[in-house]
Design a protein around this ligand. Sequence first.
Ligand code: 3PY
Length: 253
Amino acid sequence: SASWIKTAFAKGAGPSMGLWQMLPGANVSRLLARTPGVDWVLVDCEHGNIDDAAMHDAVPAVAAAGASPIVRLPDIQSWMVKRKRVLVPLLRTVQEAKELVQAAKFPPVGRRGFGSPLAMERFQPAPTMTEYLQQANDTLLTMVQIETKEALDVVENIAAVDGIDVLFIGPFDLGNNIGHPILSGIMKQELLDAIARTLAATHKAGKKCGIFCTSGEQAKMFADQGFDMLSVATDYTALQATLAESVSVARGI
Ligand code: 3PY
């Protein structure tokens, strides 16, 4: 599978598909990452039951299973950004997007501090410090969520910020924040228009656009519309759906 998303994007591979991890545990990570056709697993430290230690178990488990780990941070805080491939929720302003790039990238591009030697030692032959910083800056994926009214209003400018690679739509929060919540799974036209505006602005800036989906059908529909990155399901919802289905079959209801 095209596990390293940025390389896959550069090669013009088709849309990148992933799963969302909300439950802690390296085995959950492996299960999700080994699902055939999965390119990435997002480890959700915003709404998932995943603390810092659980995140440190999940990320290497995803990588070892051959998928790309992405961490959704709990908040836009530069001290939380010291991870590879981050998705930042609830972005509001162009300034926040610029600050995120500064926090995510090593010098000379940004001001991220060098921490654990473990990441660097992963590469063989070992790179020099300068090579490592450059490689990390080149391969790091920096993603922001478009899910506030403030961000939607300036989405063209956010898309244009250097170093932001992906604009990822959170349709539930976006719907809530523009006054058109998703009810019973139905997206109102105003929300669909906001989604279309974000997709167009992102592509005009030469960036990639992603969206959170709640089913395979929906992910396919958005992929067919030209989205580059789709989350297909979460561990939570998949487990819930399967359990409910099995119990209802057993009960004959
Ligand atoms: C949203 O749809 O608001 C999300 O961020 C998905 O978790």
